[in-house]
Design a protein around this ligand. Structure first.
Ligand code: SAM
Ligand code: DTB
Ligand code: SF4
Length: 345
């Protein structure tokens, strides 16, 4: 591709006007020469956001382990022997103390995760109280509680919830190879309930589970064709947790114990950025394994959010001090709450 200007103009204009992407169009983005893909992603990113500002979300597992579901990647499923201890729902005081510390460290959003198929009514009451108290600290609030029943999203909205995280995780065609205890359609149903309640949607997925590029493109396609598109799109690199079925499958596959090629991960970020121009694309699980250079490529490809804090839910994340050092090296700044820039800046 010699004319470097026209494709960018096309992609920005089309992204602004188009309603639906096709599988072939998303696969064509993946197949671009790496430099062309990065240029297009950068152009879309700069038209929609400050290219040097990163949004920081901190995660806390408020209910760990013992989950009824069989998600093949997850350390918290009761069906996998990962050595993780099942815990009770945390006390509100502990959650608030952790949220205060996250705010002091610079996070603007606090995301509370529970290892549930979905919340029981009694548990939802406790979670809505956590949302109220965390919100009162001046943090944006996010929860990820699994599948919702009618009326539950409205209760969360009333408590002041800003975002609900519920991932499609992988394309519909591959879903049954990863999870059998609920369906891809169930996930879409909860996402619709969240949207209807007026809560911002945080929805993404996982790559590196042994899926093909076609499946990765299918995931991005499904996310980009949600209408409206999710405000936040976490892209997770599989963390291979010992004792989970997927860690075994990936390690025993023809690729030996190799992870997904890092350039394929960067391509996924770039394709997400191009197809979802106004969404925050979050570099999520797997940052420790990616290392500084690949993370820098991800920021260049349009990632503009991270999970910030020494732990994800049950696995490790880069230390806060390591992230501060990386941000300093790259001249990155942190985005204030509601820091999205208007197109055209
Ligand atoms: N139980 C709720 C649910 O499944 O929706 C919320 C918590 S669940 C742990 C949230 C997300 O974390 C999953 O949808 C998946 O995308 C991600 N995740 C979990 N384990 C992971 C792993 N080992 N590697 C990468 N991402 C993972
Ligand atoms: C998301 O997409 N990734 C986060 C958050 N949403 C809840 C969770 C990552 C979990 C990684 C494995 C663990 O720490 O248990
Ligand atoms: Fe349970 Fe969520 Fe883990 Fe699936 S991803 S096993 S639903 S905690």
């Amino acid at each position: 591709m010699n004319d470097m200007t026209q494709p960018v103009v096309d992609s920005v204009a089309q992204a602004a006007t188009r309603k639906r992407w096709s599988q072939a169009e998303v696969e064509a983005l993946y197949a671009l020469p790496f430099n062309d893909l990065m240029f297009r992603a950068q152009s879309v990113h700069r038209a929609n956001f400050d290219p040097n500002a990163i949004q920081l979300s901190t995660l806390l597992s408020i209910k760990t382990g013992g989950c009824s579901e069989d998600c093949g990647y997850c350390s918290q499923s009761a069906r996998h022997d990962t050595g993780l201890e099942r815990e009770k729902l945390l006390d509100i005081a502990e959650v608030v103390a952790t949220a205060k510390a996250a705010k002091a460290a610079g996070a603007t959003r606090f995301c509370m995760g529970a290892a549930w198929r979905g919340p029981k009514e009694k548990d939802l009451g406790a979670v809505t109280e956590m949302v109220r108290e965390v919100k009162a600290l001046g943090l944006e609030t996010c929860v990820t509680l699994g599948m919702l029943k009618p009326g539950q999203a409205a209760q969360l909205k009333d408590a002041g919830l800003d975002y609900y995280n519920h991932n499609l995780d992988t394309a519909a065609e591959f879903y049954g190879q990863v999870i059998t205890t609920h369906t891809h359609a169930d996930r879409l149903d909860t996402l619709a309930q969240v949207r209807d309640a007026g809560i911002h949607v945080c929805c993404g997925g996982i790559v590196g589970m042994g899926e093909s590029r076609r499946v990765r493109a299918g995931l991005i396609l499904e996310l980009a064709n949600l209408d409206p598109q999710p405000e936040s799109v976490p892209i997770n690199m599989l963390v291979k947790v010992a004792g989970t079925p997927l860690a075994q499958v990936v390690e025993q596959s023809g690729e030996g114990d190799k992870s997904l090629d890092p350039f394929e991960f960067v391509r996924t970020i770039a394709v997400a950025r191009i197809t979802m121009p106004a969404s925050h694309v979050r570099l999520s699980a797997g940052r420790q394994e990616l290392g500084e250079s690949v993370q820098a490529l991800c920021f260049l490809a349009g990632a503009n959010s991270i999970f910030y804090g020494d732990k994800l839910l049950t696995t490790g994340n880069p230390d806060v001090s390591a992230d501060e050092a990386l941000f300093a090296k790259l001249g990155l700044t942190t985005e204030p709450v509601q820091g999205r820039r208007c197109a055209g800046h």
